[in-house]
Write a protein that binds this ligand. Structure first.
Ligand SMILES: [Zn+2]
Length: 286
């Protein structure tokens, strides 16, 4: 937070503050989302697999390139913390900060989830969202953010001086370790900042602090993705439940989430090819 200033404003402060902002990363050069082609691929898609995520726990799932998957809310309001990796190289993982820089604080249909350096390519494209009606509320909040991190036992220890072992960070570690056969210590560095699925968040208008509020998600809602490369995912059903009150504890009412993986008999979207890694040479100059 910004404290009360201890330095006098310069005489041209008004001018400096009135300069209009420019977008840091104009994304108009990215390929436009071809909704018709994606919808043609989605028509007739067939449920191939389903993975349930128990409350206060996480599960892994795999999606081959060119197929769709949905994260859905099968019972009560519940938010999920999503990690994604290249299924063939766990060093390539979802990069929430760059996704935020390219698409904004909250993602929606047509936005892509980008991978870490030096790979930097879309891991997935968002193709449907039953909460797209929410847009923005009067508090500046919206759903599906890439501004939060994931609830974790370290911050909980820092702020409450207690230990809680079912934060999303720990849930994701256990799921990744169980899925890969790694130890939990080996799995922990692969767990990264998340896409907060269904979570309703923003920054307060006064102090610009990160806030959460009761998610508008209800039974039957889903967020749908197209896998751009072979994906390994892990989804945690956050101990915050609908995130209306608290997290990092057993206090909130929690519900399961579901991940459904769909086959596309119609084939992938017309003209689609799995994206290559960044063409940057990696030399970083002389
Ligand atoms: Zn969480």
């Amino acid at each position: 937070m910004k404290p009360e200033p201890s330095h006098a404003a310069p005489t041209d402060a008004g001018h400096r503050k009135s300069i209009k902002p420019v977008i840091c990363y104009p994304n108009s050069t990215l390929p436009a989302f071809d909704r018709a082609s994606f919808n043609a691929a989605r028509d007739g898609m067939v449920l191939k697999d389903q993975v349930m995520v128990e409350p206060r726990n996480a599960s892994c799932f795999e999606v081959p390139a060119g197929q769709f998957f949905r994260i859905s809310c099968p019972q009560g309001s519940q938010v999920g913390d999503l990690n994604l990796w290249n299924a063939n190289d766990l060093d390539e993982r979802f990069y929430s900060g760059k996704t935020r820089a390219l698409h904004g604080t909250h993602v929606g249909i047509g936005d892509q989830l980008w991978s870490s350096f030096p790979h930097m390519r879309p891991l997935a494209t968002i193709t449907d969202d039953t909460l797209d009606w929410y847009q923005w509320d009067e508090f500046g909040g919206s759903v599906h953010d890439v501004i939060g991190t994931r609830c974790d036992p370290y911050t909980n220890r820092l702020l409450s001086n207690s230990d809680y072992h079912h934060c999303c960070h720990s849930n994701l570690i256990r799921a990744l370790a169980d899925h890969t056969g790694m130890s939990r210590q080996a799995a922990e560095p692969y767990v990264h900042d998340v896409l907060n699925v269904f979570m309703c968040t923003g920054f307060t208008l006064g102090t610009h602090q990160y806030f959460m509020k009761a998610s508008p998600v209800r039974k039957g809602d889903y967020l749908e993705f197209f896998a751009e490369i072979d994906l390994l995912g892990a989804l945690s059903a956050c101990p915050g439940g609908d995130c209306s009150t608290s997290h990092s504890s057993e206090e909130a009412s929690c519900h399961p989430l579901s991940v459904e993986i769909y086959d596309c008999p119609n084939g992938p979207p017309a003209g689609w090819t799995s994206p290559a890694r960044s063409a940057y040479s990696g030399s970083h100059g002389a």
